[in-house]
Structure formats: structure tokens, C-alpha cells
Design a protein around this ligand. Structure first.
Ligand SMILES: [Zn+2]
Length: 139
């Protein structure tokens, strides 16, 4: 069996890719994670669309069963098009609060199906709209 410690959920947004790669390297995750890159990161698990949720949960199952992944890393970011497309936020703080609510909901759902996995929750705050200055913070 090929062993991999982590599975990463991140947004597909091109603005975040370089910074996310750097963050993975700085934290020792690079080269040791399966990667799921979809709009809104783990938003599709929090949403009520059962088809999307089961597709994404199956990605975790494959990583867990095939590679023995022990941690799931959920990286969500500010100014996310997937969230702005689904909700009408009055402020960036409102968007952040909704995303964090979803991240904790997703953690609960993952723990139900994969009680042996640890969930690492990360908020990536973009300080400019091009993604040149992103602060990653574990929550
Ligand atoms: Zn996004």
C-alpha cells in the first residue's frame, strides 16, 4: 500500500494555488497529501446536495482506505466565489462566519464516518484580491 498521511480539501480558485503550495511546504504536508480541489473546498459536504456530498465523502474514503490517510486538512478562504455565488453577504465578516460554521459542520460529518481521522481546519485570509498576500491560520 502506498501510504499518505493527509488528504487536503482546497478551493479550485487559481489565486490561492501558489500560496497554498507554500503553506503546505512550510508545514511539512507537501508531497504527503492527496488533494481534492473544488470550488468552495469542503462547502459541498456542508451543503444539502446529497449527490455532491457523497461524491466528496467518497474521495475521503478512497484516501483513507487506499492510502491510510489519518488527517483531513480543510482550507477555506476569504473572497470565495463559491460562497458569494450561494449567499448574499453584507460584509466579509459575515462570509467568514458562514464559512467557519460550514467547516465545523463538515468536521462533525467527517468524524461520524471516519472517527479515526483528525480534522485540521484552516482559514486563509486574502489581504489582496490577487492572492499575493494570504495569511493561513489554523482554527
Ligand atoms: Zn474559493
Amino acid at each position: 500500500m502506498h501510504k499518505c498521511t493527509n488528504i487536503l480539501f482546497k478551493c479550485m480558485d487559481f489565486r490561492l494555488q501558489n500560496q497554498t503550495l507554500n503553506w503546505l511546504k512550510e508545514n511539512g504536508y507537501f508531497g504527503d497529501c492527496d488533494v481534492v480541489s473544488v470550488a468552495g473546498s469542503s462547502k459541498g459536504i456542508a451543503d444539502d446536495n446529497e449527490d455532491v456530498r457523497s461524491f466528496l465523502m467518497n474521495q475521503i474514503k478512497i484516501s483513507h482506505d487506499l492510502h491510510g490517510a489519518e488527517n483531513i486538512i480543510l482550507v477555506h478562504h476569504s473572497d470565495c466565489g463559491a460562497y458569494k455565488g450561494s449567499y448574499d453577504f453584507a460584509t466579509p465578516q459575515e462570509e467568514e462566519a458562514k464559512q467557519k460554521e460550514d467547516i465545523f459542520k463538515v468536521e462533525g460529518l467527517i468524524k461520524e464516518s471516519f472517527p479515526d481521522m483528525s480534522v485540521i481546519k484552516v482559514w486563509a485570509k486574502m489581504n489582496d484580491e490577487n492572492g499575493n498576500d494570504v495569511i493561513f491560520k489554523k482554527i
